[in-house]
Write a protein that binds this ligand. Structure first.
Ligand code: PHE
Length: 467
């Protein structure tokens, strides 16, 4: 373990490097694959608005808290929590924030890797000419045929996991950190080009209306919970990924501004992905907005298959999606690896290989849930859906809730003030009020209402207690 004087970790060379690393973690499958399909499943506009509100009013304040905890603790999330709990003389149960994050990271990475494997597979499909002049129906068939081949899914899942472990073992600041700095802007430019193209061949007005015209009547408790959970997922929040990157952040970098930049870029990418995908969806009767996890993989090939230079463009696109997923996946496992390495019980190599294997095994559950295990259900969820629901909609928000309470109520407020280094009092006070009161209540409420709706546990619903 370490403290301010004797830190064990290297720090990022500059604030900019931290921004790129945190953006690398935040921008990933969550933005490009998940956001469009859950927006489609939950009816569009009202869902998108709630999601944006959750980013602004809950995600950003909690992200500031998480970075602050990491920078003050300067070690892995588990050890950072040990130190913070000691300093605050808080009950040991708060160590749970670190441990729960480690577990959540494992579960998320297990299915994340399967989906990233789809992107690698699609890169090769595009390269092989499989999507030449494809239409909506054929694109849908292509996707289904990939899912039906369990061997293919296992192969690409394994490949992606090996790629992730490779970087994790080499250490986070080298290699990929540098690559991401170049590739992320390229991804953004490509999304803009794609957006213009899909405006031309697709139904842009319908897409725009779908994503931005708000109709609250279509909004349910579970949809609000999904929006909240996704705000955490897309910002990599509530499980220690941002904490561990915060631990590598230079002392004097302004946390608030940095967090705003990361959250802004992340949101921009998600909205661009949505605006690129939905025009194609609405121009093809064979593709439904509520298509589910296949949405990206069914809609975009239609664009690539019919645009000039679509093959090169499509290959580049899926390559970049893979890179975006790659830079996120290392941050999912880094809390666990950094913890084990700090204990001195294992090297990075051993920790990486061991944890990688666990995640790989767990990922097989997701692979099978798109095939032979599709109908094996826990409540209404298959394996993949359950892993996703448990982590994104429960563990991350609960992690965020605990972080908000810990920084807001347990930590020494002079440290908090000094670390944040916000000049204007009102800004600091506003942030603290949101963190202490608004965020915890909102997270708790949304989670309980969502659970009560989904499982029919009425006693969990504050609404039903109040009425
Ligand atoms: N934020 C990543 C994405 O949007 C996923 C992620 C979640 C990464 C939690 C790290 C921690 O794809």
């Amino acid at each position: 373990m370490s403290d301010k004087a004797g830190r064990v970790h290297e720090t990022w060379s500059s604030r900019w490097t931290f921004i790129m690393a945190a953006t690398g973690s935040a921008v990933g499958l969550g933005n490009i694959w998940k956001f469009p399909y859950i927006a489609g499943e939950n009816g569009g506009g009202a869902f998108v608005l709630i999601y944006l509100f959750c980013i602004l009013a809950i995600g950003i304040p909690v992200m500031i808290a998480e970075v602050l905890m990491g920078r003050w603790g300067r070690s892995s999330p588990v050890h950072t929590m040990y130190k913070l709990v000691d300093d605050a003389k808080a009950p040991r149960i708060w160590h749970g924030i670190g441990w729960m994050g480690v577990v959540a990271g494992f579960i998320i990475l297990s299915y994340y890797s399967v989906i990233a494997g789809w992107a690698i597979r699609y890169f090769l499909q595009v390269a092989g000419g499989a999507i030449q002049s494809i239409d909506g129906q054929a694109a849908s068939d292509l996707f289904t045929s990939m899912l039906s081949s369990t061997g293919t899914l296992v192969f690409y899942h394994s490949l992606f996991m090996v790629m992730t472990m490779f970087v994790v073992i080499a250490g986070v600041t080298k290699g990929l950190g540098r690559a991401v700095r170049i590739l992320m802007p390229v991804l953004m430019v490509m999304l803009v080009i794609l957006l213009f193209f899909s405006m031309r061949i697709g139904d842009f007005p319908a897409a725009f209306k779908y994503l931005f015209s708000v109709d609250f009547s279509s909004l349910s408790g579970p949809a609000i919970l999904t929006a909240l959970g996704h705000a955490f997922f897309t910002l990599s929040l509530g499980m220690g990924a941002i904490m561990v990157y915060g631990a590598y952040m230079p002392d004097h970098a302004p946390i608030g501004k940095t967090v705003l930049t990361v959250a802004g870029l992340d949101t921009l990418v998600a909205l661009m992905a949505g605006l690129a995908i939905f025009p194609i969806v609405f121009a093809n009767t064979a593709i439904a907005p509520g298509e589910g996890p296949g949405l990206l993989f069914i809609s975009l090939p239609v664009a690539f298959g019919n645009m000039p230079g679509g093959m090169a463009f499509g290959m580049l696109f899926f390559a970049l999606v893979t890179v975006a997923a790659w830079s996120s996946s290392i941050s999912l496992i880094e809390p666990a690896v950094s913890w084990l390495v700090e204990t001195g019980k294992a090297t990075r190599l051993q920790a990486g290989v061991g944890f990688g294997l666990i995640c790989w095994l767990l990922g097989l559950g997701t692979v099978f849930s798109f095939g032979p295990w599709e109908d094996i259900r826990l409540f209404q969820f298959n394996f993949f859906e359950f892993a996703d629901f448990l982590t994104a909609n429960i563990m991350l928000p609960v992690g965020g809730l605990l972080m908000a309470i810990f920084v807001g109520w347990m930590m020494d407020q002079t440290i908090v003030r000094q670390e944040l280094d916000i000049e204007r009092d009102w800004v600091f006070n506003l942030w603290r009020a949101v963190l202490r009161v608004f965020s915890p209540i909102a997270i708790l409420w949304v989670t309980l209402e969502g659970l009560s709706d989904i499982f029919g546990w009425e006693w969990l619903s504050l609404m039903s207690w109040l009425s």
